[in-house]
Structure formats: C-alpha cells, structure tokens
Design a protein around this ligand. Structure first.
Ligand code: PLP
Length: 391
C-alpha cells in the first residue's frame, strides 16, 4: 500500500467538503436547467440555487445580492476588476496602485495595462509583509483611479489593513479593490466597514469546487462602473456574459455557509496547530518565520531555513508532506518567490523556504509527524552540507 503524503498545501487549493459535494450533485442531473430560462420550472430551480448563493456571499461580506457577479474564479475576478475599471475610468486618470506581494492575477493585469499606457505604482512591503500606509499616502495622485491590495497573502498569510486602506481611498474618491481569495470564510470581511468597492472571491480555497468565483461590485456610494471583459448574452447585469455554472455556484454557497458557521472554532483550532508546528520547528537554529506573527491567516506558516539548499529540502520533504516551496513555477522558469524576495530575503534564502497551509482536515497527529520529519530533513541536509560546500 502506498501512503500518500500529508496534504499541507491549503493555499494552493483545498479538497471539496463532502457536504459541499452533496449540495452540488442535484444540479448536475435533476435540476440541470439554465438559470436564465425564465419560462419553465427547470430554469426556476437553477435560478433559485444561484439566488441562494448570491445571498450567502452577499451576507458574508455585508453586500447586497445584486452586487455579486459570478466568474470562473479569483483570477477572472481580478482581471475583470482591474481591467474593467481601467477601461471605464481611463478618462478620469490612468494611474493604478498595487503591491509587490500581490498574486500574479493582480500583478499581470497591471503589467498588461502598463503596455497600454497606464502608470502602475507597485508599493513595497515592510519586513513583516505589511504595507506602510505612509507609502500609500505618498503614492496617491490626482489621476489615481484604483488601489488593489489583497486581503490575505497566499504565501505568507499576512492580513493587510483593509479598513485603513479603504478609508484613505474613499477620502480621495479612489476605488479600492481587494483580492480576498484566501480570506473569504477565514476572516471577517465587511465591504461597508472596510470601504471596499470591488472584492475578488473564489470557492476552491475554502473547500468548494474549482472553477467558480465572484466579484463584488459596489452599486451605491459610489456606484462602480465596470467595462465587461467578456461579452455575450448579457448575464450578470452585462458585466460577465456566459451561462452560469449552477452546480459550482450551489457548491460555492454551501462552502461559504459552512466556513462562516465554523469560522470561530476553526480559527482557534488552526491557530493551535500552527503554534504547535512552529514551536517544534523553531527549536532549530537559523529558521525564520515569514510574515507578521499575529496579522496572518490561522492556517499559514511560512519559514525560511538557513544553510540548506531549497531543491534538496523539497525533495527530502516530499515523501511525507505535500507543501510548497519558496519558488513560484511559471511555465518557463523557476524563479524564487516574488513575495519572499519582497520581504528582503536573498534568492538563496527565498528558495530554502516552506509554506505550510494547514486546513480543515489536518489533525494534531499529522502536524507532529510533519514537524518531526521536517526537522530530521533539515538536520541531515545541514550535516551533509560540507559535501557541497564551494559548489
Ligand atoms: C488562488 C488565488 C487566486 C487565483 O484564484 P483562482 O480562483 O484559482 O483563479 C488569486 N489570488 C489569490 C490571493 C489566490 O490565493
């Protein structure tokens, strides 16, 4: 029997909760209708599921159901938010502010807009991964149209000060977009209190299915204009055409509903597991915690390890645990993580990093196995380091 490694990569994706699968199943077969079919019960049934998820998502972030636009995930939501605003507001201004540690689904649309003549300011982060609000203050210009700062980082888990950023943007009548792919269901989000105008969501980081997400688009005070990036049948109030994927949408709603109901207890449990893992790993010398120690997702632990080779480390860990390393693989190259280098790490130290994403189905026993094996791997790599010295 082959034993599969312990899954600790919950920032990459999560398994779909069985309760979510159960909520999705009827919409593949019995209730297969097109939610846009208004003339028969097949359509009505599907539309009822869509409506329910819209209500769940809206309630989760203190929005209204009409402000939820379904997309294929957070990548599409980020593209729609940033490019959609750029296209709708370019006469007002052509300056966008974002952050060095954003997901590529934010940075790449910004880089694309740069080729069209937009000016992009990429704010650095402090050593703890948080942005410096005085730097944001200095970056504002009369022609700034939108600020995009993520809620929770997918590598180091840090939580940016959304309410403060929202306040600063609102005072200047600049739109505020946040990528909340890692945050929904895990930390409290409130688009009114935090003065958020656009928010990207996805289901598959919160035990829902892949291929479904949403963009919150504020309708009042201010009403956000958005140029659609996908044209067609005029679905989603014209902002995103395409037949809605009812089973995925039903699953998205169920996933968020469960996450909210369990948020408080799960945050507590994950915090304890993370502490337990860190207490063991931090016995070793030369191990650094990446990201702010408190302002972070409960399930995230990201460490950099001195005196080991990143590739060898990952290879040593692989049989026992599924984690991700400090490198971001794009199609052509393996570059060190742009998030870790933004913290000021050398390339070598950035490579020698591990991201643990602890989730709903991990147990204390698993954490202890993982800690033990990681420590043994690091020690053995350090002991054999003399072999490769000078190479
Ligand atoms: C996973 C993730 C995305 C991409 O989401 P998809 O739904 O997979 O397109 C975007 N931003 C962040 C912060 C993420 O963690």
């Amino acid at each position: 029997m082959s034993i599969r490694p312990i899954y600790l990569d919950c920032h990459a994706t999560t398994p779909v909760d069985e309760r979510v699968v159960a909520a999705m199943l009827p919409y593949f077969t019995e209730h297969f209708g097109n939610p846009a079919s208004i003339s028969h019960v097949y359509g009505w049934e599907a539309e009822a599921a869509v409506k329910q998820t819209r209500e769940i998502l809206a309630a989760a972030i203190n929005a209204t159901p009409e402000e939820i636009v379904f997309t294929s995930g957070a990548t599409e939501a980020n593209n729609l938010a940033i490019k959609g605003v750029a296209e709708a507001y370019f006469k007002k201004g052509q300056h966008i502010i974002t952050v060095a540690t954003e997901h590529s689904a934010v940075l790449d649309p910004c880089n694309y807009l740069k080729t069209l003549g937009f000016d992009i300011t990429i704010l650095p982060v402090q050593k703890d991964g948080l942005i410096d609000l005085t730097q944001l203050e200095k970056a504002f210009r009369p022609e700034t149209i939108v600020v995009s700062v993520m809620a929770a980082n997918n590598e180091i888990g840090v939580l940016q000060p959304l309410a403060e950023i929202g306040e600063m943007c609102r005072d200047r009548q600049i739109l505020f977009h946040t990528d909340a792919a890692q945050a929904i269901g895990k930390i409290p989000l409130d688009v009114q209190e935090m003065k958020i105008d656009l928010m990207s969501l996805t289901a598959h980081k919160v035990y829902g299915p892949k291929g479904i997400g949403a963009l919150y688009v504020r309708r009042r005070n201010p009403r956000v204009q958005l140029a659609p990036q996908q044209h067609g049948g005029g679905h989603e109030r014209g902002m995103r055409s395409g037949t809605l994927y009812t089973p995925q949408i039903a699953g998205f709603g169920k996933a968020v509903e469960i996450a909210l109901a369990e948020q408080a207890t799960e945050t507590q449990r994950l915090t304890e597991l993370r502490q337990r893992l860190w207490e063991q790993l931090s016995q070793l010398e030369g191990v650094h915690l990446n990201g702010h120690p408190q302002a972070r997702l409960a399930g995230n632990l990201n460490i950099s390890i001195e005196g080991v080779d990143g590739a060898a480390l990952l290879l040593g860990l692989q049989p026992v645990m599924a984690v991700s390393s400090g490198s971001a693989c794009s199609s052509a190259t393996t570059a060190p993580s742009h998030v870790l280098t933004a913290l000021g790490h050398s390339q070598k130290l950035a490579y020698a990093s591990i991201r643990f994403g602890i989730g709903r189905f991990n147990t204390q026993e698993e954490i202890d196995i993982v800690a033990k094996h990681a420590i043994a791997t690091i020690q053995s790599l350090r002991n054999s380091a003399f072999v490769t010295l000078g190479s």
